[in-house]
Design a protein around this ligand. Structure first.
Ligand SMILES: *Cc1c(COP(=O)(O)O)cnc(C)c1O
Length: 226
């Protein structure tokens, strides 16, 4: 199966999952995660109509964005753990940052954005019991939301999470939906929910996800990182 066929197949599965959940598939944003793949793959996706792509490493994001920056309407989503000293580079390349999980990172992204249009950000929530995983603890979400909402060059759009390993994804995504509702008591239009990967996007759609981050089901297996 070629790239175009895999893309079409995943989109059909997204539409099926949306209909099964009584949702309109047009309200979902499908982000193709292109990490480890060359810029040429992003270009191929672009020519197939893809406009939202995801990267999880700043350097790779910067290089690919530089190479393909002229593509009209192409949006780069940064979905990886971010170091504060990379905030400027991330901000320069990304349209959306999904992984704001601490006040210091919000501050660094904000400081890097003077004179720029507001940056869309999502607050990443840790759905596991392991504090070493990315994301703010659910009980600290409100505090981070208030802090980030006060950053003048950032716009808080919603929450993001990765389903924990070794646990069914559906209840974890239900917890994320609760986090989303709590966030909206602070930022009322922060309605985005970034959740769902190759293995669990149907469950994420059932739980209200608005932004899906799908890699290998579309791109095929990732090449080894060289
Ligand atoms: C790699 C990655 C994805 C996509 O994973 P697949 O299983 O290939 O769909 C989604 N979200 C994040 C944060 C990732 O790092």
């Amino acid at each position: 199966m070629g790239l175009g066929e895999r893309l079409a197949e995943v989109d059909a599965r997204i539409a099926d999952a949306a209909h099964a959940a009584g949702r309109d598939p047009r309200a979902l944003t499908r982000i193709v995660v292109t990490k480890f793949h060359p810029a040429s793959l992003v270009d191929e996706l672009y020519r197939l109509g893809v406009r939202d792509v995801g990267e999880n490493r700043q350097q790779e994001l910067t290089e690919k964005q530089r190479e393909l920056g002229g593509r009209d309407g192409l949006r780069w989503h940064f979905i990886g753990q971010a170091q504060t000293n990379k905030a400027r580079a991330i901000r320069a390349a990304a349209s959306v940052v999904h992984s704001v999980d601490r006040a210091r990172l919000a501050d660094a992204l904000d400081a890097a954005g003077e004179g720029m249009p507001r940056l869309d950000v999502l607050l990443q929530v840790n759905l596991t019991d392991d504090p070493g995983r990315g994301g703010v603890a659910p009980e600290a979400l409100e505090e981070l939301a208030m802090h980030t909402a006060a950053c003048p060059t950032l716009r808080v759009r919603g929450v993001m999470a990765v389903a924990p390993l070794g646990e069914p994804p559906a209840p974890a995504f239900e917890r994320l939906a609760v986090c989303s509702a709590r966030l909206q008591t602070i930022v009322s239009d922060a309605t985005w929910i970034s959740a769902g990967m190759t293995a669990d996007f149907a469950e994420a759609i059932a739980a209200g996800a608005t932004h899906l981050r799908i890699g290998s089901a579309i791109t095929g297996p990732r090449p080894a990182r060289g």
